[in-house]
Design a protein around this ligand. Sequence first.
Ligand SMILES: [Zn+2]
Length: 744
Amino acid sequence: MAFYSNEIIQQLKAHADIAMVIENFVPLKRSGNGRYLGVCPFHDDRSPSMNVNPSLGIYKCFACGAGGDVFKFVQEHEKMDFKGAVEWVANFTGFALPQLGAPEDSEKTEERAMVRRLNELACEWFEQQLALSPKALQYLSSRHITDETRKLFHIGYAPDGREGFIGYAVKNGFSPLDCVKAGLAVQKENGGISDKFRDRLMIAIQNLSGVIVAFGGRDLSENKDFKRAKYMNSPESALYHKSDILYGLHQSRQSIAKERSVIIVEGYFDMISLFQGGVTNVVAASGTALTETHASILARYAEKAYLVFDGDEAGRTATYRSLQIVLPKGIAPRIFALSRPDGTKIDPDNFVNERGADAFREALKGSEDWLSYLMRLSDMQSPEERAKLVNFTKSLVKSIPDHELRNQYVKLISERFNTDRSLAQVKPLKPQKSFEERRAHSNAPTANNATDEVIPQLEQETSLNWASLPPMEIRFANLVLRNPTLMNRALEYFDMDWAASGIRMFESPVIEEFVNSAIALYAETGAMSPQMLYDNVSPTLRLFLEGLPEEQWKTPQEIIEFYQTLTEFSKKLCDRQKHSIPLTSNEAVEVRMQMSKFTQGMQKLNALFNAEKITIDAFADQVVRSKAQLIHFQSVIQGATPIQEAVAMPTPSAASAPKPVAEPAPAPSEAPAPSAMHVQNVMQAPIAQPVTSAPQQAPDEYVDEQMPNDEPPEGFEPPPPEDDEEYSYGNDDFNEESNDFEYQ
Ligand SMILES: [Zn+2]
């Protein structure tokens, strides 16, 4: 099937202003930092909980968790498929999508719009016809449906006759064939077209945002000789996919979100009667069994789902299936049956009409958890049946996303069935997550939990401990994120040799992951944008990206800060590394000395630049070259290079760099000549001093002597002024093993 290339999708995403798109549906307020706040349309939101971040191209509701990119918003809000949402966004923002092979694709869009308009017209007409039909009105009152309710749910009537609606549609500019496409008319083999719905009570089926996508028709004919279907639905159309639509959700979603629970019933009138009776957190999966899409939609609003259980075989099968669908979505199912006082079964519609909403709420209290339900229905005497049941319940439990809930259920199962608490042998119901989701999760570190042996963790709550992130590292990440033009420079520094060296430049694994991801993305695609990055990283990193402040740099400030920060990171890295060299020999002392000289050199380099004695290009060049030294230190620390060699290592300048410098550094002549030479001298100066002339201090004294003589050179100022108070050099307590980073 032809589809837009990923490239086009990314271009459109970059082109579309998500705030502008969402504003089309929900009023947004600027929240001051380049972001927007609005009332979330996906739950009953009082205070604005939906955050819109145009720079990342995402929205996120902090109350109900709904979130995603611009396409996701349109998909969810307008109940469109992905392609439909892409086309909608393109249309709305004036982006020219390429023609997809066949012209039928734009026809599809037009058809969808046509069906939508035609459905609205039909709805109006059916409602008018209802008011004219004593029979239909009588029927409604026999079902205790009030006028208010029938208006709320757009209940109408399609009179008997072949061309009642078609005639009306034609008068309003539609063709009879349009009516067929919308599922409102049928075409016979001889080509004749007639109304599909005749002498039926018409129930408008709306999507989440209230668009009428289809109709359900209840037969009102009294002709008993001619067997007609009691209920007839619109066929699937450009607008209607029944597996996506839950009847009544448009009206009930606020209440479902408020109660955090949903009652799932079978028929339209079950839903309508409960709603009218005041039990408003109800939907009907009518015309189809509950689907995964249904459950995903409901999971946004509800934690608990009440399934009305019908005692017969079909009802049991449907209940089993529903369990398998709702449990993996994190919804706790409860099952209940309705009966009259004499024990005969009754549907929710009749129950509410006969006994009232309060009695219904009482009945809900008698619902059982799914495990009790399954046990009650099974033959607990036969070992085979028990084993089957244990396996089934365990596979259900394994699909529950919540770790603690899974624990609790495992405990229950082991107690009730006297079986072990392992889920290891149990096959999960089906893949729980899409490939994308799994990939994202596999990047997230997993906590080592004692219970892991018993219950494999499927999912982790993502959280990020901001306090554990050094401010200077956060700022550096933001700098790179907001200035994609720096990516070439970043790639030059953090190149393959750097990656191979295994150096960890950053204290925080999150920042390390950020830089690696950005560089990988850039190396792979030749581009890097906040949105693209966001789409390709772990949940933890997403949280990090969401939390970064909006900031702007004025050229060439971003370039200057980039290199200055690298010199600071280099110094900090050396300070950390010094501590990992055991002070067992003079050689070790010498390497430490070299590191101290290196940090001094970095400091002087910075000073020279700040004093405008060297150009930014020369500065950049020296910073990039200096990493060879860092790579060398790293290899010494890892024991790959004898310390002796390290001692012999002369300077960080390109011309004399020894082997571990894998990247061929540019010839010095490429840099502006005079200043580059000057810098080399500066860089060489401290290191060129004979190492052996280092003070004859005992190694022990070196422990406390990290930054020899550190009067900053004249004119030296720590580069990123925001950060200098936040970090300290030479933290003796730093320990590679300790895990300060409380993030998971
Ligand atoms: Zn929300």
